[in-house]
Design a protein around this ligand. Structure first.
Ligand code: C2E
Ligand code: MG
Ligand code: MG
Length: 639
């Protein structure tokens, strides 16, 4: 039963009770006062009216009282539920991590929560009565705020990203929801804004974009971003009929710095190179680090070959100034490959590939220089691919030959050894020199088979000569730098010695200086293992790489071969003469024998002999030739 029904029942019962009481009392009173029945009837009518009036008043009073009572009870019950709800809302309001701000309908702040204080840095007292425009960052246009107001007017709500300013002045992004609150009559009473600080999310988004598009070491765009930008630049250049140039810059011998001074210095150098390059270029030129020690430059308005070449020259000269890092003064040079748009290619990927071919050409031409991509270069690349296929066939069909070049003792001119040098007897092209096909064999992996074949063939030949009574102290075989780092080399040499039965002391392995110094730790281990087999070891082309004397001292090597590039200038070129003298002294001080390559003239042999070089090799003594054509009696006297 509802409260109002119960009240009505109570009022009814009371009324009934009072009516009975009234009839009883008034009947007794009237009977005692009036004797006449007419008088009594008359008074009974009066009493009836009186009763109706009194009871009407009574019913009204009772009902009104009960109404008030019921209302009070209802009110009490409601307000306790409201209080509970308010308490909950206040707790949420205070504990939420979102900032909450309430304004009255005029836009004046009337309430903020704890998170608001934490996020904005303002205390409650500082903002009460102020307008939210206090937090404006200045990043949004008037139009933006108008859109917010319009949304609040039409839908009563707005949410979105907004940049505001903290008390510290820092500008930060918020995700904000604003709602217009209306009272029971639909009148606007307040605005409530709830917001969260999304700067952390923004930062990680930014970091992700940075990681995907930028090189973390130098801060320069990476390959992905560079290719993307280059594509856009080329598209625009096509529309505006402009010419562009792409330069691929590769640092020369960077690996040596990394290996000798450590990766930390290597990284610092890359960073410094990035900064130096950035300083060299103005607007319209994008720079990127593609990876390792490779940088790329896109010049957007560079129609002429000469302009591109001048830019490359600027890079080369810009890097000449030494870098000062951690107390080290470092010199680094660069090789540059250039490809032009639209003459060389129309798309960014192809342009990069072409620049890479040009770079290869620049490196082969002796580094610290630039080369341009031309059709000839492409033809050259195609030729290399074709040659790889042919080389495979040559190996299978036995087109390779081993030639032997004599090595003489300088004192006495006695022929004491030979160097085995591979040749390719091409059915159409005739004799192809190793300088042409060894690099291709190295790129395609065929070098392992070639070197194994040459080694076996040479060892067998040496055994044959010994059986024929020819006195030779050694047969030298070249080992490719590609194989040198591999563990199989040791097994391969051991197998050849085992198969042929050659005395290991008669086999000399020649390894280039760069193969040894590229990875000195691996080289040291490899050389020691080979040495355990009893073979002797020589460093070929000494003087062309960057040797660390400290490392050289630790190598179990018995011979240094002076590169023919230094011998060529003897005896007149002072620099060459000085270098040769130093190398001889160095070898001797470390207990190694020293052999000069490329001796073509008697004066060269004389100079070398005078400076106590032990051995000599070159056209003056004898060219490389097939085994059966070697002249064992030849011993040209050094005048
Ligand atoms: P290398 O080991 O330094 O060989 C010396 C090169 O100088 C040979 O060139 C030789 O013919 C040449 N030469 C010798 N005396 C003179 C001279 O008086 N004047 C001039 N201008 N040159 C002279 P070749 O035979 O063309 O070999 C070139 C390079 O190819 C070799 O340089 C070696 O690094 C590599 N090579 C040759 N045969 C093999 C091989 O079987 N395996 C590997 N991995 N590399 C080989
Ligand atoms: Mg050699
Ligand atoms: Mg050599």
């Amino acid at each position: 039963m509802s409260i109002s029904n119960r009240n009505a029942l109570r009022a009814g019962l009371l009324y009934l009770l009072l009516s009975i009481l009234w009839i009883q009392l008034s009947q007794r009173l009237l009977s005692s006062v009036f004797d006449q029945p007419e008088q009594l009837v008359h008074w009974q009518i009066v009493r009836g009216y009186l009763w109706v009036s009194v009871s009407t008043v009574l019913i009204f009073l009772i009902h009104a009282r009960y109404q008030r009572f019921a209302h009070t009870v209802m009110h009490l019950m409601h307000s306790s539920a409201d209080r509970e709800r308010l308490r909950q809302a206040a707790a949420v309001f205070d504990c939420t991590r979102e900032g909450v701000l309430v304004t009255n309908k005029d836009g004046l702040i009337i309430h903020v929560n704890r998170a608001f204080v934490a996020i904005t840095g303002y205390q409650e007292a500082e903002v009460l009565g102020m307008r939210p425009s206090l937090f404006k960052s200045g990043r949004h246009s008037v139009d933006f705020y108008q859109k917010v107001y319009r949304a609040l007017e039409t839908t009563g709500e707005w949410s979105g990203e907004i940049w505001n300013r903290r008390k510290s002045g820092e500008i930060y992004p918020q995700w904000q929801t604003i709602r217009a609150i209306r009272d029971d009559h639909g009148q606007l009473s307040q605005y409530v804004a709830v917001f969260s600080d999304i700067s952390a999310i923004k930062d990680s988004q930014h970091e992700l974009a940075q990681l995907a598009n930028y090189d973390p070491l130098t801060g320069l765009p990476n390959r992905l971003l560079f290719t993307d930008r280059a594509s856009q630049a080329l598209a625009s250049a096509q529309v505006h009929k402009r010419g562009c140039a792409l330069l691929l810059i590769d640092l020369d011998h960077f690996k040596i710095i990394n290996d000798s001074l450590g990766h930390n210095i290597g990284d610092q150098l890359l960073k410094a190179v990035g900064e130096r390059l950035q300083q060299l270029f103005g607007t319209g030129i994008s720079l990127a680090r593609l990876g390792g020690d490779e940088f790329a430059v896109l010049a957007e308005n560079c129609p002429q070959v000469v302009q591109a070449a001048a830019l490359a020259q600027r890079v080369i000269e810009g890097l000449r100034e030494p870098f000062l890092l951690d107390g080290h003064q470092l010199f680094i040079s660069a090789s540059i490959g250039i490809s032009l748009f639209p003459s060389d290619s129309l798309n960014a990927e192809q342009l990069l590939r072409n620049a890479d071919s040009a770079l290869f050409k620049a490196k082969s031409a002796g580094r610290e220089g630039y080369a341009l991509y031309t059709e000839e270069l492409t033809a050259h690349a195609q030729h290399r691919v074709e040659m790889a296929g042919e080389l495979r066939r040559a190996l299978e069909q036995g087109e390779l030959r081993v030639y032997y070049q004599p090595v003489h003792e300088l004192r006495g001119s006695r022929l004491i050894g030979v160097e085995a040098l591979v040749r390719w007897e091409h059915p159409q092209r005739g004799l192809v020199s190793p300088g042409e096909f060894i690099p291709i064999a190295e790129r395609t992996g065929l070098i392992a088979e070639i070197d194994a074949w040459v080694m076996e063939k040479s060892c067998r030949q040496m055994c044959q000569w010994l059986r024929d009574g020819i006195e030779l102290s050694f047969i030298a075989v070249n080992v490719s730098s590609r194989l040198f780092a591999r563990r199989e080399l040791y097994q391969q040499v051991a197998k050849v010695l085992d198969d042929t039965g050659l005395d290991p002391a008669l086999l000399e392995l020649e390894v280039t200086e760069s193969a040894v110094m590229d990875d000195p730790e691996v080289a040291l281990e490899q050389l020691h293992r080979l040495r355990e087999l009893g073979v002797s070891l020589a460093i070929d082309d000494f003087g062309t790489g960057y040797s660390s004397l400290l490392r050289l001292k630790r190598l179990p090597v018995q011979k240094l071969k002076i590169d023919q590039g230094f011998v060529a200038g003897l005896p007149w070129d002072e620099d060459d003469a000085a270098i040769v003298r130093v190398v001889i002294a160095l070898a001797q001080s470390m207990g190694m024998r020293v052999q000069a390559e490329g001796i073509e003239q008697a004066e060269q042999a004389r100079f070398l002999l005078d400076h106590s070089c032990d051995l000599g090799q070159g056209y003056w003594f004898g060219r490389p030739m097939p085994a059966e054509q070697l002249d064992w009696q030849c011993a040209p006297a050094i005048a």
